[in-house]
Design a protein around this ligand. Structure first.
Ligand code: PEP
Ligand code: MN
Length: 330
């Protein structure tokens, strides 16, 4: 539900105060002189009536009209264009970790053959054990850049720490904030000050409100170019690494105006589930998917079990492109 004030009024600030006192969560948006509060908490009809009577908004958008407002705004401004629009579907792909030049040459070649624009790869890796491969750091960034320069890819790589932000922002086109850092509000605020899109992954134990409000920490600092990425949550199920919460796609789209993408690789932890999960993400209205691919998954330094080999990756891209065309998407 979206509450609209056409122009500045003290009622707007009073309503914000009222909502905060009741712990009702909202997002702030402006368009020309109009102000909008996107209410993300559930509120009862009686409270809504009180809001209408006491704070006299100019309009309240509900259901289809609220969806329409959010869908129209859904995109990021990137390289002078609106991208990840509501009807777009982008494929982001690359290895879990950048490992060496040969690996990246092969990945670059595969992605460019398939007309994929976005290359991913971790140079600073958040690993569960400190004894696991931690990433090539700056050398990894250079290897990503080499492929991007050669094939005109956009780079997506993770920033784990404020102290590396200056370095990483010189190489990457989109900054990734990982699941483990979704609650790192100081890092969120720092990337919020930059003029670079942010791909924010859902914390593995975060609910939808927490996820959206984490994005709002970035937005509120001035950086409005944010992609939300569903990457699976912790449940009791052991057959998958995480439980890919696909309902996050339509629900996050009902609650907020950010594009939503899905990461079936971390969400399942199993290469054999990537295709069905990717197809589902497309059907559910996601704006894209992020997939791990490795020239030799069995040799990968991280996440080999969930990485597609080149043959299966090509099959997936063909199938997904076919489905994109069937749906009349771009
Ligand atoms: C990744 O995308 O490489 C990654 C580490 O993902 P997550 O933060 O979702 O675990
Ligand atoms: Mn990974």
């Amino acid at each position: 539900m979206i509450i609209k004030y056409k122009a500045e009024t003290t009622n707007y600030n009073k309503l914000i105060d009222f909502l905060n006192r009741r712990n009702i969560k909202f997002l702030k948006r402006t368009k020309k002189r109009a102000r909008f509060l996107i209410i993300i908490s559930e509120i009862r009809e009686s409270l809504l009536k009180e809001i209408e009577d006491s704070f006299i908004p100019d309009n309240i958008l509900k259901n289809e009209r609220a969806d329409e407002f959010l869908n129209k705004r859904r995109h990021i401004n990137f390289k002078g264009r609106k991208q990840f629009l509501n009807d777009d579907f982008q494929i982001i792909a690359g290895p879990c970790s950048v490992e060496n030049k040969e690996q990246m040459d092969e990945i670059g070649n595969i992605l460019s053959d398939l007309d994929i624009k976005y290359i991913r790869g971790g140079a600073f890796k958040p690993r569960t054990s400190p004894y696991n491969f931690q990433g090539l750091e700056e050398r990894g960034l250079e290897l990503l850049k080499e492929q991007a320069d050669k094939y005109d890819f956009e780079i997506i790589t993770e920033v784990m720490d404020i102290k590396n932000l200056n370095l990483i922002k010189q190489y990457t086109d989109i900054l990734q904030i990982g699941s483990r850092n979704m609650y790192n509000y100081s890092l969120l605020k720092e990337v919020g000050k930059l003029d670079k899109p942010v791909l924010l992954k859902r914390g593995m134990s975060a609910n939808y409100e927490e996820f959206i409000l984490a994005a709002e920490y970035i937005y509120e600092q001035g950086n409005e170019n944010i992609l939300l990425c569903e990457r699976g949550i912790r449940t009791f199920e052991q057959r998958t690494r995480f439980t890919l919460d696909l309902m996050a796609v339509p629900i996050l789209k009902k609650l907020a105006d950010y594009p939503v993408i899905v990461d079936p690789s971390h969400g399942t932890g199993r290469w054999d589930l990537i295709l069905p999960a990717a197809k589902a993400a497309l059907s559910l209205g996601a704006q894209g998917i992020m997939i791990e691919v490795h020239p030799q998954p069995e040799m990968a330094l991280s996440d080999g079990d969930q990485s597609l080999n080149p043959t299966n990756f090509k099959k997936l891209v063909k199938k997904i492109n076919h489905n994109i065309n069937l749906l009349g998407k771009k």
